[in-house]
Design a protein around this ligand. Structure first.
Ligand SMILES: Nc1ncnc2c1ncn2[C@@H]1O[C@H](COP(=O)(O)OP(=O)(O)O)[C@@H](O)[C@H]1O
Ligand SMILES: [Mg+2]
Length: 368
């Protein structure tokens, strides 16, 4: 077993493992139908996998317009990379994972961008013991995700690319335009690794990190940019939050769930705070925190877990408000006061017991 974690014990299996049955079913259905070279599935099946398709029995996953996902799929079939740009928590990472799983059957060729990311970590490095013993050789080369993706003809994910130094980002230039990686240390044919068909790059970037502007113009030209927006439809967001919280709570063996009216009020509150206006158009003091869908799911999950481990058998508005305040506080402590202010007035425009409970719970948040 050599230290490998048994499959059932993995905290979070990659998408291609989690949805292996759906991928196999779609591949069987595609048969020998034409598709871009190197792809496991046809573009139509990639779309069905990513968004879900009730007729085909494929579970919903990424919530977003069909036209948007189609554009992403098309971009990956061209000679440019795909750049997903958006606020934190809009499912950029999820979407890139689903696309890689559907197109290449592998979403794990992933580079996590940070200020500490080096060229070694994205393209290749060396096994120094072998390098010293034998000099540079194919055997001594340690491939990083780009090298592996180019050799295999697979999608490589580059997360948070704008957090990397510009020089590291620019290492992608030649790869995306020439579709080849120079390895000057090796001799003969081995000096150039030509990408196999099917290789492409999906990068993600947060609009809250400075950076997309600083990316070199040359690199920008090699990507198709797509902006990932928060979920437009309130009902779709509510369903996603319930589905996703439910899935995570089941994994965590927590049997409690928030009452539907409370979940609905939570989702509405976060949508209004995110938009800086109420559903009937009144302006609100906006929060610095994004209050993203991902955060709503986390609030729901944590409130249920807290109620389960420490409560009296029911998820209350107090549990929700405590978790909501913790989310709001992480970017700017003043957001807690803005949240309190919002919740204390929200009963004006919203009817129902859940809003009154949130109002009462908000009273305990530290306020003036
Ligand atoms: N449009 C969406 N479709 C599906 N899930 C979403 C959507 N928006 C947010 N989520 C939720 O947010 C979670 C985290 O999103 P993530 O991919 O990490 O966001 P990002 O990379 O944009 O910060 C997802 O796993 C999902 O639970
Ligand atoms: Mg992300």
């Amino acid at each position: 077993m050599s230290g490998a974690v048994v499959r059932e014990e993995r905290q979070r299996p990659p998408a291609e493992e989690l949805h292996a049955a759906e991928l196999a079913q779609l591949a069987a259905r595609d048969g020998a139908a034409p598709r871009p070279a190197g792809w496991r599935l046809t573009p139509r099946s990639v779309l069905a996998f990513v968004r879900g398709d009730a007729e085909l029995g494929v579970a919903p996953k990424y919530v977003g317009s069909r036209a948007f996902v189609e554009r992403c799929v098309v971009a990956l079939a061209t000679d440019r990379g795909l750049m997903l740009v958006g606020e934190p928590g809009t499912a950029k990472s999820l979407l890139s994972e689903l696309l890689a799983a559907a197109i290449s059957g592998d979403s794990t060729l992933t580079i996590q961008g940070s200020a500490a990311t080096t060229e070694d970590a994205i393209a290749y490095s060396w096994n120094y013991a072998l390098l010293l013993a034998e000099g540079p050789s194919a055997r001594a080369l340690v491939p990083a995700p780009l090298h592996r993706g180019m050799s295999a003809g697979a999608i490589v994910r580059f997360e948070e690319i704008t957090r990397c130094a510009i020089e590291v980002q620019d290492a992608l230039l030649g790869i995306l335009s020439e579709r080849a990686l120079a390895i000057p240390e090796l001799d003969g044919d081995a000096r150039t690794l030509f990408a196999r068909r099917g290789f492409n790059v999906i990068a993600t970037a947060n609009t809250r990190d400075r950076g997309v502007n600083e990316m070199s113009a040359a690199l920008k030209r090699r990507f198709s940019f797509e902006t990932v927006l928060p979920i437009a439809d309130p009902q779709a967001e509510l369903e996603l939050v319930e589905r996703e919280a439910d899935r995570r709570l089941a994994v965590a063996d927590v049997p409690l769930r928030t009452a539907p009216e409370l979940t609905q009020a939570l989702v509405t509150a976060c949508r209004e705070l995110r938009a800086g206006r109420t559903e009937d158009g009144a302006a609100l003091e906006p929060l610095s925190s994004a209050m993203s869908t991902a955060e709503v799911v986390s609030v729901c999950f944590a409130a249920c877990a807290q109620a389960h481990w420490f409560g009296a058998g029911e998820v209350t508005a107090d549990h929700v408000v405590t978790q909501l305040a913790a989310t709001a506080a992480k970017d700017d402590p003043a957001d807690v006061l803005r949240l309190r202010h919002y919740l204390r007035r929200a009963t004006d425009g919203h009817a129902g017991d859940a809003w009154h409970a949130l109002d009462a719970a908000a009273e305990q948040l530290a306020g003036p």
